[in-house]
Write a new protein. Structure first.
Length: 231
């Protein structure tokens, strides 16, 4: 019974976050924009609410995994803390720039075809990310070797094609945030965050090869980190 209660509590916490994150996003975006007819902001916010709800329900398999993703245990790498210290403000800056752009009309030349292409790439990135997250039982929100959970190498699903499919998806939906907000200016911090994600991929891969048993053999079998045939 205790385990069931923990499962219910963890899932409730994840679902609550799924609702709260878009609400906070809407408040920030539309407060800065100063208008309610900012339709790109609505598209972005609604898509994210749907994705976060799916992430908290259908695409999460166990309470143990929910707990790991919500409250990771110790062992987070120092360089990963640096990554979050840089990229988290970048995302907030992107939202602010998107709202300011909507208020002052800085972006006037974004074709609708480019906008909707950005939406498609964003959704593709989220789909790849969710696939990797669902497949890998050790898909944590931070970089750490989960010795407390007996971490092993995941070789299934998208991991058959590249070693870090979650970062493939993450890169795609990170660099297209500005497009979904209808702002070239909002794209700038998110492109920087995308470059930081590539840097994080390289650091994590070295960490896994050095510290996770079986990963060196996996790297020899699945040769590429992010892009098949290139890197």
């Amino acid at each position: 019974m205790k385990k069931l209660n923990l499962s219910q509590k963890a899932r409730a916490q994840m679902i609550l976050r799924a609702f709260m994150a878009p609400i906070l996003m809407v408040v920030l975006l539309f407060f800065v924009a100063g208008r309610w007819d900012y339709w790109q902001g609505w598209v972005y916010s609604i898509l994210n609410m749907i994705i976060l709800l799916l992430m908290g329900t259908l695409f999460t398999k166990s309470s143990e995994l929910v707990e790991e993703r919500l409250n990771p245990k110790g062992g987070m790498k120092g360089w990963d803390k640096f990554y979050f210290a840089v990229t988290t403000p970048m995302y907030i800056i992107a939202l602010i720039l998107g709202g300011l752009d909507a208020r002052f009309g800085w972006t006037t030349n974004m074709p609708l075809a480019v906008y909707w292409l950005g939406v498609l790439v964003y959704l593709l990135g989220q789909a790849i990310f969710l696939w990797a997250r669902y497949t890998n039982d050790y898909f944590s929100s931070v970089v750490r070797i989960q010795t407390d959970r007996g971490q092993t190498v995941c070789k299934d699903g998208p991991y058959r094609y590249v070693r870090h499919p979650g970062y493939v998806g993450g890169f795609l939906f990170t660099v297209t945030v500005g497009l979904l907000l209808g702002s070239w200016w909002a794209s700038i911090p998110q492109v920087i965050a995308g470059v930081m994600l590539i840097w994080r991929t390289a650091r994590e891969d070295k960490t896994l090869q050095a510290e996770l048993p079986g990963y060196v053999e996996f790297a020899a079998q699945t040769r590429f980190r992010l892009i098949p045939g290139i890197w």
